[in-house]
Design a protein around this ligand. Structure first.
Ligand SMILES: *Cc1c(COP(=O)(O)O)cnc(C)c1O
Length: 405
C-alpha cells in the first residue's frame, strides 16, 4: 500500500462527484511517460485530452515557466504585458487573424466568440439576426451558453431554462444546414473535426459549402479549433489544410502545452464589436500563462514539429491495422495527424471504457470519444521509443479485451 497522505479514495471524500477518475494517481511525468503513486509507468497517448502537445515537462516550457515565474505572474488587464503581446503578434502572423482575445480555457474562448457574434449581428444587422447554428454531437465547452450550443443534450439538460436562439443540425449534411439558414442566422459554429463527438472530420466540400452559406446569409463562421488546433493535425490550425477561412477561430487545449490558456482570433472588422468594456476576464492573457504558451507556440508552429506529425500518424495507423488484422476490433481509423479515432466494431460497441481500463492495466493512457470510439491524442513530439512501447502495450490490451469477450 502507498503511504501517500492522499490517495484516489480521498477523491470520494472531498471532491464533487462530477468526475470519476481512474484508480491510479499520476504524480510525475517526462516526455510521454507518466508515473503513478506506486511508481508504475504509463505511456501517454491521451496527452491530457489533446493538451500536452509537447509531452510532459518539456525543457523549453519548464524554462519559460521558471523564467517568467521569477519575473511577473499577473497584473490583470488594467495593464497589458509583454508575453501576451508577443504571443498575440505570433498568432496573428501565422493565421488569418488580425486581433486576439485571451482567456483561460476552450469554453471561455467559445463564450467570447459567441458573444462577439451576437454583438456584431446586433450592431451591424439588428436584433432579428440572433440565430446561432451548431451541430449534433458537437462540443464547445461547459459554460451554460457553450453547453447549450454544443450538440449533446446529456451535457445541457437538467439546468433549467437555456439561452435562446440556438439551433442544431446534422454535421456533414449541407442540405440540412441550408434549410435551417436564413438572414436571421448570426453565426455557424463548427469543429473542423468533431473531437468529443467521435473524431469525425468535416468533408472538404462540406466545409467550403458551410463557408459559402455563411457568405450568402451574412453570417459569421466560427471554427472551434480548441481540439484540432495548435498543430494537432500536422497543420498549425486545421482550417489551413482545408483552405476554408473562418471569421472567428477559437484555440485552447494544446495552445498552452499544459498551462491553462484560451484564445479567440478574429479580424479587425469583426473584432471591433467587442468594444471597450463589453467582455473580459481577470486572468485572461496573464503573463505567466502567455510566456509558457509563447514557448509552446514557437515549437508547435515550427516546421520541425509540424512535419513530424504525419510520420507518427503513419506509424500509428500501420500498427493499428496490424493489430486489427489479428483481432478485428475496429471498423475504421478516423481523424488527422495525431487526433485519431478508432471506431469499435459492432461486437464492442459501447465498450470504450473497458478498453481504457485494459490499457491502464498494460501501462498505457488512452481516451475515448463517446462510447464507441477510442481516441489517441499523444504529444506531437512523442519519441519513436515511446510510440513503439505504447503501441505494443496497446496490442496487449486489445488482446486482453478480445479474449475476455
Ligand atoms: C475541450 C473542448 C472545448 C472546451 O475546452 P475547455 O478548456 O474544457 O473549456 C471546446 N471545444 C472543443 C472542440 C473541445 O475539444
Amino acid at each position: 500500500m502507498s503511504d501517500h497522505p492522499v490517495t484516489r479514495a480521498t477523491f470520494d471524500d472531498v471532491m464533487l462527484p462530477n468526475y470519476a477518475p481512474a484508480a491510479i494517481v499520476p504524480v510525475r511525468a517526462a516526455g510521454s511517460r507518466v508515473w503513478d503513486q506506486e511508481e508504475r509507468e504509463y505511456i501517454d497517448f491521451a496527452g491530457g485530452i489533446a493538451v500536452n502537445c509537447l509531452g510532459h515537462c518539456h525543457p523549453a516550457l519548464v524554462n519559460a515557466l521558471k523564467a517568467q515565474g521569477e519575473k511577473l505572474w499577473h497584473v490583470s488587464n488594467i495593464w497589458t504585458n509583454e508575453p501576451a503581446l508577443r504571443l498575440a503578434k505570433k498568432l496573428t502572423e501565422k493565421t488569418f487573424a488580425e486581433k486576439v482575445y485571451f482567456c483561460n480555457s476552450g469554453a471561455e474562448a467559445n463564450e467570447a466568440a459567441l458573444k462577439l457574434a451576437r454583438r456584431w449581428a446586433l450592431e451591424v444587422h439588428g436584433a432579428e439576426k440572433n440565430q446561432i447554428i451548431a451541430f449534433n454531437q458537437s462540443f464547445h465547452g461547459r459554460t451554460f451558453f457553450t453547453v447549450t450550443v454544443g450538440g449533446q443534450a446529456a451535457y445541457s439538460d437538467g439546468f433549467g431554462p437555456k439561452p435562446g436562439g440556438v439551433e442544431h443540425t446534422d454535421f456533414n449534411d449541407l442540405a440540412a444546414l441550408e434549410a435551417l439558414m436564413s438572414d436571421k442566422t448570426c453565426a455557424v459554429i463548427i469543429e473542423p473535426i468533431q473531437g468529443e463527438g467521435g473524431v469525425l472530420p468535416a468533408d472538404e466540400a462540406y466545409l467550403q459549402g458551410v463557408r459559402d452559406l455563411c457568405d450568402k446569409h451574412n453570417a459569421l463562421l466560427i471554427f472551434d479549433e480548441v481540439q484540432t488546433g495548435a498543430g494537432r493535425t500536422g497543420h498549425l490550425y486545421a482550417y489551413q489544410a482545408y483552405g476554408v477561412v473562418p471569421d472567428i477561430l477559437t484555440s485552447a487545449k494544446g495552445l498552452g502545452g499544459g498551462i491553462p490558456i484560451g484564445a479567440m482570433l478574429t479580424t479587425t472588422d469583426v473584432g471591433q464589436h467587442l468594444a471597450f468594456g463589453t467582455h473580459g476576464s481577470t486572468y485572461g492573457g496573464n503573463p505567466l500563462a502567455c510566456a509558457v504558451a509563447e514557448a509552446a507556440f514557437d515549437l508547435i508552429s515550427s516546421d520541425a514539429v509540424l512535419q513530424g506529425v504525419a510520420a507518427r500518424e503513419a506509424t500509428i495507423r500501420q500498427a493499428v491495422a496490424d493489430i486489427n488484422a489479428k483481432y478485428s476490433v475496429f471498423t475504421e481509423v478516423r481523424g488527422k495527424g495525431l487526433l485519431l479515432g478508432l471506431v469499435l466494431a459492432d461486437e464492442y460497441k459501447g465498450k470504450g471504457r473497458d478498453f481504457i481500463a485494459a490499457c491502464i492495466d498494460q501501462g498505457l493512457m488512452i481516451l475515448v470519444a463517446g462510447p464507441n470510439v477510442l481516441r489517441f491524442a499523444p504529444a506531437l513530439v512523442i519519441s519513436d521509443d515511446e510510440l513503439a512501447d505504447g503501441l505494443s502495450r496497446f496490442e496487449k490490451a486489445i488482446a486482453a479485451v478480445a479474449q475476455a469477450s
